[in-house]
Design a protein around this ligand. Structure first.
Ligand code: HEC
Ligand code: HEC
Ligand code: HEC
Ligand code: HEC
Ligand code: HEC
Length: 193
């Protein structure tokens, strides 16, 4: 290697490393959740609740998503513990009848139709698509792609998508791959309405 090309490579390498590490920060904006929420407190030994106690199908057969305050009021009408998060939840939201504006990590674009009911009915476990979220103790920041406006979870945590675990990313091909494995048709209109 000539000294000039060595200098070029020596200069380029750190530039690439900085660019590679800095790119996600430029591409994604971080937004904190309005309130901390510990799934672990509720689904672990202390709370002993099942997922379906808060996330179930409604009377119309549709998945109800993130629970509304009515699911919380029975236990939190009076603060149970002494944590600041619980106090804030009770004072700022529950007692004011103000729903918590949770940010949905897995939110798909509006043109995608995703029915939970069929997936849960076919015994695809929550963890296959959401990882360990149901047992976590804190909420990570929600990250939004500044260009597309999509949640970062659609792409997944690593820019390269290498060595992904099954729930890390839910791009169109991730949906289609599982559908193919399970002999499910992949007509455009099934997922795009
Ligand atoms: C006490 C009620 C409660 C119980 C029980 C509960 N959750 Fe939740 N869940 C919530 C609330 C509140 C949120 C909104 C805050 C958040 O994102 O964690 C949520 C959000 C979620 C999300 C976030 C979806 C997204 O993309 O943002 C997933 C996934 C989830 N819950 C899975 C589970 C699983 C799996 C279980 C059972 C192991 C479970 N939950 C039990 C209340 C509950
Ligand atoms: C079956 C009873 C029960 C229900 C229903 C319930 N909680 Fe709780 N919650 C608890 C218990 C027990 C604790 C732990 C209190 C302590 O000892 O600090 C707790 C703690 C909390 C805390 C403070 C700890 C943390 O960061 O999570 C928040 C915030 C909270 N709950 C929010 C909610 C919300 C929102 C809902 C409704 C979606 C809900 N809870 C429904 C029993 C319940
Ligand atoms: C086949 C993959 C898959 C499975 C299995 C699955 N989910 Fe989801 N979940 C998703 C996708 C995709 C979204 C985003 C849907 C959208 O934006 O329309 C989502 C969204 C959610 C949300 C946020 C809904 C909202 O908009 O308020 C919650 C809460 C949730 N899932 C909980 C669960 C729970 C609990 C289970 C298990 C009972 C489960 N999910 C099983 C893929 C899945
Ligand atoms: C881990 C496997 C898995 C993943 C990931 C998955 N699905 Fe599915 N999906 C299924 C299975 C299994 C069925 C068939 C359920 C049945 O037989 O009723 C299904 C059925 C459907 C249906 C109903 C099809 C019809 O013809 O009515 C839609 C719509 C759908 N999925 C959308 C999605 C979307 C959108 C995604 C990605 C965001 C996704 N699915 C990811 C397993 C999966
Ligand atoms: C199994 C579900 C599924 C099927 C089948 C499917 N799509 Fe998608 N598609 C998605 C999801 C989820 C997204 C959003 C995530 C992403 O951008 O990858 C998407 C995104 C797209 C986008 C990009 C839109 C944007 O805003 O970035 C186009 C274009 C598209 N699909 C076209 C098609 C066409 C054409 C077909 C039929 C050949 C098809 N899709 C079949 C799930 C599906």
């Amino acid at each position: 290697m000539t000294s000039r090309s060595f200098a070029f490579v020596a200069g380029l390498t750190p530039a690439l490393v900085v660019g590679w590490l800095g790119f996600p920060r430029l591409l994604y904006k971080r937004v904190e959740q309005p309130l901390s929420f510990s799934h672990k407190v509720h689904t672990g030994e202390k709370g002993g609740m099942a997922c379906a106690d808060c996330h179930a199908l409604g009377p119309d057969g549709r998945f109800t998503g993130i629970p509304r305050l009515e699911k919380c009021a029975g236990c939190h009408a009076q603060p149970i513990g002494t944590t600041a998060d619980e106090k804030r939840f009770v004072d700022d939201y529950l007692n004011k009848g103000q729903e918590v504006p949770w940010l949905v990590y897995s939110r798909q674009p509006d043109n995608v139709h995703f029915p939970h009911a069929v997936h849960i009915g076919k015994k695809v476990p929550c963890e296959r698509c959401h990882g360990p979220h149901g047992t976590t103790d804190t909420l990570r920041a929600w990250q939004v792609n500044r260009i597309s406006g999509y949640s970062r979870d659609i792409w997944g945590p690593r820019i390269t998508r290498a060595f992904r675990r099954p729930w890390e990313g839910m791009k169109m091909n991730d949906c289609i791959r599982c559908h193919a494995e399970r002999g499910q048709s992949s007509s455009c209109l099934a997922c795009h309405k």
